[in-house]
Design a binder for this molecule. Structure first.
Ligand code: PAF
Length: 282
């Protein structure tokens, strides 16, 4: 595995690897890799001839009161894990080499970027879309891999790619979970023992909601309220819990199309997100 830290070096190395119509898969990450990330990497390895992984804690997507400074950074460990997965190229730039000192241009997706997570993290999705766009231009992948845990982010990235006619296929990979159902996240390590014990209630609430939906329950308010109660009983503080259209991501009043339940809840100071899809099966 080669490791590069500038866009010029990335393009040079990819130029050599891309010969004879070889397909390139990109897995953008912020490092502190866990099994969730490695699952994306293995999917990319299985689907593409050349696999590039980026590790970059993107300052543009953190708010002023968020955890940019304390976000875990473990590049040596990440590099060893990626090598073990058969990655061809690791792109690990610094903010100084990746961004112009007076970076100004931003990607905005005005409607959906300020809903759900975006309502509570102003600027977050614009920052994430901008760095993903930069990574797409730098690596020019055929496929890019994102986890479904960040459902809203994956939706926005897919929409950006379609809106701008970029020839990149977005592959959305199911969430990897602990045995107790908690979605893997680099932020889980912030949880105290008691908070960690309560946090699987998020998944339990979503699974119960989906079961109730499959049994025929269609009252949106009731489905939401029951899920909120389960999370609150376990010590969680709901930030939002919404049922949205998979197609438009707008909140639904009637469950007459494919939907996704999106939730963010605090356990202590740690904000966790999760989701579950609701599909009308005949
Ligand atoms: O999901 C993440 O880890 C980040 O938002 C991403 C896509 C790597 C962009 O910084």
């Amino acid at each position: 595995m080669k490791r590069v830290s500038t866009v010029a070096a990335l393009r040079r190395e990819l130029g050599k690897l891309r010969k004879n119509g070889k397909t390139v898969g990109l897995v953008p990450t912020m490092g502190a890799l866990h099994e969730g990330h490695l699952t994306l990497v293995r999917k990319a390895r299985a689907k593409c001839d050349v696999v590039v992984v980026s590790v970059f804690v993107n300052p543009l997507q953190f708010g002023p009161n968020e955890d940019f400074a304390s976000y875990p950074r473990r590049l040596a460990r990440d590099a060893a894990l990626l090598k073990g997965c058969g990655v061809d190229l690791l792109f690990a730039p610094t903010a100084e080499t990746f961004y112009e000192p007076d970076h100004q241009t931003m990607i905005v997706s005005p409607k959906v970027q300020s809903m759900y997570c975006g309502q509570y993290r102003p600027g977050h999705f614009s920052g994430a879309l901008t760095v993903v766009a930069k990574l797409f231009f730098a690596a020019q992948p055929d496929f890019a891999f994102f986890g479904k845990k960040d459902w809203q982010q994956a939706w926005l990235i897919e929409k950006m790619t379609r809106d701008l006619n970029w020839p990149i296929r977005i592959v959305k990979v199911p969430t990897v979970r602990g045995k107790d159902g908690l979605a893997l996240s680099s932020r889980n390590e912030y949880l105290s023992e008691a908070e960690r014990a309560g946090a699987p209630a998020i998944r339990a609430a979503l699974v119960a909601l989906e079961k109730s939906f499959r049994a025929g329950e269609r009252r949106v308010a009731l489905l939401k309220r029951n899920a909120e109660r389960t999370i609150e009983k376990a010590g969680g503080k709901i930030q939002y819990l919404e049922i949205a259209s998979c197609r438009t991501l707008m909140p639904l009043k009637a469950l007459d199309e494919e939907a996704v339940v999106l939730v963010a809840a605090f356990f202590g100071k740690t904000r966790l997100i999760d989701n579950i899809e609701l599909k009308n099966r005949r």
